[in-house]
Write a protein that binds this ligand. Structure first.
Ligand code: ZN
Length: 281
């Protein structure tokens, strides 16, 4: 066991969540580089593995690493979702199928923003809950757990009507399915003074912990995430709160950084995140 074995790479850290970003490593190169460094696993984005889920999942497991998760379900509410509810569910179920094919135990859900022609988050959150509840059985039948990830409130309008761990746990509790829990991402929760208390709730099930940092003078609230230790988040405290809330799983590093880390050699990025996992997390 090394420190790196408790760490997974979310491939967004190498820019793989966006077309044309990062150094352009293939999934195979990425898998091999993570295995060489003794990482515990990987979290892929759908766009980089589409149609190759089975083979890439097998390749990861052949190295001794785990596929930790898949990012992500399409938005379930908001301006970017199809207006026809069945089309939304079809997209959701296709993403669950992709997770199952990859052998990913967890599919991350980013809610999507505020529904057209509505004000405030209430209607959007209610529709989100209905759709997650409908998908939960389909996911369970395929061995997939669903991780509802609340996003930082800066994204409340366009990316996630779900902006607090409290609301995410409330939704999970009302759905009441054993395969629906929450993902805790440092970038989205670092400001939340109620985080530790929420994660202690008996109805809280944590399905993932995502690491990065919030830079003091961030220049872009989407693509300027910091490396752990470079910003203002209490990462040690957040990880402790997750452990106290029962989380025993791996930590994944998820850094969207168009102007800094995506410009660097991916090998250096991997080495740095391992070093910072030891020194700053
Ligand atoms: Zn995340």
């Amino acid at each position: 066991m090394t420190a790196a074995s408790g760490l997974a790479l979310n491939t967004a850290t190498l820019g793989h969540n966006l077309d044309g970003a990062g150094a352009g490593w293939s999934p195979e190169q990425t898998i091999d580089a993570c295995a060489e460094r003794g990482l515990g696993g990987l979290v892929f984005w759908r766009r980089e593995i589409a149609g190759r889920e089975v083979a890439l999942g097998e390749r990861v497991r052949a190295t001794g690493m785990a596929v930790v998760g898949l990012c992500r379900a399409p938005y379930l509410v908001g301006h970017e979702t199809p207006r026809e509810p069945q089309a939304v569910m079809d997209g959701f179920m296709a993403s669950i199928d992709a997770a199952a094919a990859l052998g990913a135990p967890v599919l991350t859900i980013v809610a999507g923003g505020i529904e057209p022609d509505t004000k405030g988050p209430a209607t959007s959150l209610r529709r989100l809950e209905e759709r997650v509840a409908k998908g939960a059985d389909y996911a369970a039948a395929r061995g997939v757990r669903l991780a509802l990830e609340p996003l930082n409130p800066v994204y409340g309008a366009n990316r996630s009507c779900l902006t607090s761990v409290r609301d995410a746990i409330d939704i999970c509790a009302r759905i009441g399915a054993p395969n629906v829990g929450v993902a805790v991402d440092v970038y989205h929760v670092w400001w939340d003074t109620d985080l530790a208390r929420q994660l202690q709730r008996p109805d809280c099930r944590i399905e993932g912990v995502h690491l990065c940092d919030w830079l003091h003078d961030t220049t872009d609230t989407l693509l300027d995430r910091g490396m752990m230790g470079d910003g203002v988040a209490d990462i040690v405290g957040i990880r402790r709160a997750a452990r106290d809330g029962g989380y025993t799983g791996i930590s994944e590093v998820e850094i969207f950084s168009a102007r800094t880390w995506w410009q660097r050699d991916p090998g250096l990025v991997l080495d740095t995140m391992i070093e910072r996992f030891v020194s700053a997390c």
